[in-house]
Design a binder for this molecule. Sequence first.
Ligand code: 5AD
Ligand code: SF4
Length: 347
Amino acid sequence: MKLEEILNKENYSRDEIIYLLNLKNPEEMQKLYKHADEVRKRYCGDEVHMRGIIEISNYCEQNCLYCGLREDNISLERFRMSVEEIIETANQITKLGIFTIVLQSGEDSEFDADFISHIIFSIKQKSNAAITLSLGERGFDEYRAWKIAGADRYLLKHETSNKKLYSLYHSKQKLIDRINHIKFLKRIGYQVGSGNMIGLPMQTIEDIADDILLCKELDLDMAAFGPFIPSPNTPYHSKNAGSPELTLKVTAVLRLVLKNVHIPATTALDTLDQLGREKGLNVGANVIMPDLTPHPYRDNYQIYPGKRGVADDPVESALKLQRRVEALGRKISFSRGDSMKIVLPAL
Ligand code: 5AD
Ligand code: SF4
């Protein structure tokens, strides 16, 4: 089958996805990118949604083989932000005109249901910003409490759809549980994001095709695929990083397959390639997620080394990102950027 015929399809088979991910010819890759950009424009327009991340704790009770926050990494200085610091940072984010606040941490049970509920409720008292939680796999009762407190979205990456690799990377966790958590979050009304890493040790192109198909099956509102970056003091410290080029192909194919789903140009891609964010936005992405964690904490959220913008002033760094987006001829959105799949009741 010719590339043009595949690109113009409405639905994609596993084999077609694998074919697209395997494209090597630069002209063909450009056709894929151009088509993904057109599909992005048709479904999402030219607006780019900003999500302001606050990394509220870098404690983690998991031991994922690839991640610098893993429990066994005793060389990492750990922190927890205070309630006041978190609420103040959330305030600053909304003053920048960013109306999604992402509260992110490792799996940290010290930050219990009541503590997180209190933060959500307090932020919601002062603004109508959307709140995304990215706190790992937690209890179903906790997800429910946080929804009632006012949380809007949950980001829980599936990391890999290959059952065997999942169990290898996460000794204490199972893929089936992760998928059930994602389904539960959807069922109780969260807008849900998931995704994986590109270039994890032993991962194949077929695995990535299955990751894309899993995102479709889960009917996600957001899908984030970033390259793996080897992290010191982890078992995978000497492995190769994921390929930025493959990450771009995956972003483009995600847009073709998922259509009306939010897709970020990830910080991990921007860390491996100076123009990673621009390239991601040009091949299907419509979201960026600036890190607005204040100093001194932002230096210690070391999932992987060399994270772009860590040394910068958070507000300056977010404004710099906005200028990069505008230089592409795209518009910064000042709305919450809710799921494209739901119709919210009028306020
Ligand atoms: N490289 C890139 N991304 C990583 N993550 C964890 N470790 C790495 C790494 N070494 C991502 C995972 C996880 C999130 C916290 O960061 O996708 O969900
Ligand atoms: Fe913890 Fe998440 Fe890192 Fe795993 S990926 S070690 S759960 S922060």
